[in-house]
Ligand binder design. Structure first.
Ligand SMILES: Cc1cc2nc3c(=O)[nH]c(=O)nc-3n(C[C@H](O)[C@H](O)[C@H](O)COP(=O)(O)OP(=O)(O)OC[C@H]3O[C@@H](n4cnc5c(N)ncnc54)[C@H](O)[C@@H]3O)c2cc1C
Length: 305
């Protein structure tokens, strides 16, 4: 399956990060530039965490960041050849949010509505539209990564996988490089390993219960944590369980979500121009911890689909 003379990059998760990485690898390969063979490993479906099917949202919340920050943003390419740079940028333009709207005949409607933030399900459809164009350069494997390790000679990653597209075969995949994506599982350290008590939700089961309408929408609820997930849950509860009393428990005493300020944004878009590499590691960690939170906004009042 794999071309043996190339390095492989295994990406765990086919969300925005995995897709963004894959698109760039695809385009660089199209132009004959040396690039790793990218393998996306996804246990559910592409953009699972945005679709409303697998937790983290019900799909109806609005994207917090602007959709122009799509999987090819910020398109600052530098391959030291001006003409090649231009051609690569032109090719990357095919995978923008704007291109998706144009190709699916939604562009004028979106503009006429005042370029609203799309809801998560619309963003899911955009990501799936991009992912459908990744072949033949990129492989998408339907499997859950159960364990990661180094091989005996410690020069390759060994991933233990279980197939999720029908038969549950177990197998091992080797890769030269590894990228982890996604938020990881909800941490409940305070349970000290005890099973989750009754009437307690983690993020995935909370959104699933809202979706299935099995969520008890009366009484009093405590949310532990005060980041963007707490904010999103609170927003959804205000709509689906307006009579519920909700207490947010956090040592911070306030809900903190990302601010999308110019300074924060350009640090992501143009890190080299903002001396990112000159910041101390501690300051970089502080910055990332504060700003890799999702921004949260209202739920969708209109649909593209
Ligand atoms: C409610 C909410 C709203 C947000 N809104 C925004 C926003 O508006 N803008 C923004 O920039 N960011 C937002 N974020 C933050 C968002 O999580 C990050 O942007 C993140 O980078 C999303 O991309 P990702 O590909 O890393 O993760 P994800 O989209 O979460 O993808 C991870 C993928 O990995 C798969 N996976 C997980 N474990 C395994 C495994 N063991 N084996 C195989 N596959 C696995 C999952 O199924 C999933 O598809 C939001 C987050 C939340 C929770």
């Amino acid at each position: 399956m794999l071309k043996s003379n190339r390095k492989t990059l295994a990406v765990i998760g086919a969300g925005p990060k995995g897709i963004a990485t894959a698109v760039k690898a695809k385009v660089l390969e199209e132009f004959g530039l040396p690039v790793d063979q990218v393998i996306l490993i996804e246990k559910h479906t592409v953009a699972a965490n945005w679709s409303g099917e697998f937790g983290y949202t019900n799909g109806e919340m609005k994207l917090g960041t602007s959709p122009e920050k799509d999987v090819v943003f910020p398109m600052e390419i530098d391959v030291a050849d001006k003409i090649l740079n231009e051609r690569i940028k032109q090719r990357l333009m095919h995978f923008t949010w704007m291109s998706y709207l144009v190709q699916t005949n939604r562009f004028s409607d979106w503009v006429d509505r005042g370029r609203p933030a799309p809801c998560h399900i619309s963003w899911t459809n955009y990501l799936r539209w991009v992912s459908a164009q990744l072949l033949p350069q990129i492989f998408i494997v339907s499997a859950e990564v159960l364990k990661i390790d180094l091989n005996a000679t410690k020069d390759k990653w060994e991933l233990k996988l279980v197939q999720t597209d029908g038969n549950a075969d177990h197998y091992t995949l080797q890769a030269d490089r590894l990228m982890l994506t996604g938020p990881g599982q909800t941490r409940m350290d305070f349970l000290n390993g005890q099973p989750i008590p009754e009437k307690t939700y983690d993020l995935e089961s909370f959104w699933a219960a809202l979706k299935d309408k099995t969520f008890q929408s009366r009484g009093r609820l405590a949310i532990v944590g005060a980041g963007e997930n707490a904010a999103s849950a609170l927003l959804a509860l205000s709509q689906y369980a307006p009579n519920m009393r909700v207490d947010i428990i956090s040592p911070k005493g306030f809900i903190s979500t990302r601010a999308e300020s110019y300074y924060e944004n350009q640090m992501y878009s143009q890190p080299e121009r903002n001396d990112w590499d000159k910041l101390q590691v501690k300051d970089r960690i502080d910055f990332i911890e504060r700003t890799d939170l999702g921004a949260f906004f209202n739920s969708c009042d209109e649909y593209f689909e």
